[in-house]
Design a protein around this ligand. Structure first.
Ligand code: NCD
Length: 344
């Protein structure tokens, strides 16, 4: 049997049917969670949360999701790990594979999740690799867009529906945007509007993929004030200070931050039937007064993250059990991840 570990590394690995299955399962968990708090379904299973960069929502929602499924959670930060003694990422991953059934990995280096998957005998979930990707955030984001726009009678899955999605802020470093652009391009008929400081534009390769797939792509061709009346989804991001080489470069970009920020007055330009999203944390790109606007969907987005991560863990743990428990021959095999082999 070929290696069939089911890592989640990039949004580009998903098919449309995968995404809709995740959405259906997340919806099921939302309904079930309203009825009962903890399941015993995966009792005795362990998930490692290995976070080598700060995180509130991704880390806590994976922990909460694992607990709700009945799993134990081991949490590892870089400061407390042998990485401080010089251990390689690969050796740490090999070690953790002896204790757990899945590893949720956040790492400051782009490509780290892919490297980890190559060394791992248990599934790796990319919870953010530097300025690379954040595929589980993209899944919860499309779940949010799907639900919220359905409430306006917009079915994103229909070829007759075209939605306008405007991404604002640090589009070069925003891994949530990189992954979400892939998924939206796969699911819906989209007009993409990208608004950012010149030095923080969306990677050209991502834009080119969307153009090749027949989507309309507009990069810095208008101001935020001009884009607002067109948006069905406004996806705000923070300027990621930690990814700048110098303080001077960061301050130069921040001097124009008002061009990439919204407040109550600016929201008056937007349609009534639209939503504002943000992966959070926000700085001052969304004024707090916007929170009470019903179009502010970012805290509903946070809640959706819990159910989506339950759906993700459920699927990986089920597949893992069928490969490793039902077939102990595979218990010591290492992954040889390449190309399509990491498809879920
Ligand atoms: C983002 C991240 O870490 O990529 N947050 C998240 O995971 N929800 C966005 C950010 O850090 O700005």
């Amino acid at each position: 049997m070929k290696n069939s570990l089911h890592h989640i590394i990039s949004a580009s690995q998903f098919k449309k049917s995968d995404v809709f299955r995740y959405i259906a399962n997340a919806r099921r968990f939302r309904t079930e969670s309203a009825e009962s708090s903890v399941s015993t379904r995966f009792q005795g299973k362990t998930v490692v949360n290995m976070f080598y960069e700060p995180s509130t929502r991704t880390n806590c929602s994976f922990q909460a999701a694992a607990h709700k499924l009945g799993c134990n959670v081991i949490s590892l930060t870089e400061a407390a790990s042998s990485s401080k003694k010089g251990e390689s990422l690969e050796d740490t991953i090999r070690t953790l594979g002896c204790y757990a059934e899945a590893i949720v990995l956040r790492h400051p280096e782009r490509g780290a999740a892919h490297r980890a998957a190559k060394a791992s005998r248990i599934p790796i979930i990319n919870a953010g690799d530097g300025n690379g990707e954040h595929p589980t955030q993209a899944l919860l984001d499309v779940y949010t867009i799907y639900e919220e726009l359905a409430a306006f009678g917009l079915n994103i899955d229909s070829p007759l529906t075209e939605i306008t999605v405007c991404f604002v802020g640090d589009l070069k470093n925003s891994r949530t945007v990189h992954s979400l652009v892939y998924l939206l391009g796969l699911l819906a008929n989209v007009r993409f509007i990208f608004l950012s400081p010149k030095s923080l534009e969306i990677p050209q390769m991502l834009a080119d993929i969307q153009i090749a797939n027949g989507h309309q792509v507009l990069i810095n061709t208008m101001s935020l004030d001009e884009a607002l009346p067109l948006c069905d989804v406004l996806y705000m991001t923070r300027i990621q200070k930690e990814r700048f080489a110098t303080e001077f470069e960061y301050e130069t970009v921040m001097a124009n931050r008002r061009d990439y920020s919204i407040d109550g007055e600016r929201m008056e330009r937007a349609k009534q039937q639209m939503i504002v999203m943000h992966p959070l944390p926000r700085l001052d790109e969304i004024a707090e007064e916007v929170d009470k606007d019903p179009r502010a969907a970012y805290f509903r987005q946070v809640e959706n993250g819990l159910y989506m991560r339950m759906a993700i863990l459920e699927q990986l743990l089920e597949i893992h059990a069928s490969i490793y428990v039902d077939n102990p021959m595979h218990a010591n095999s290492s992954s040889s991840l390449s190309g399509e082999q990491h498809n879920t």
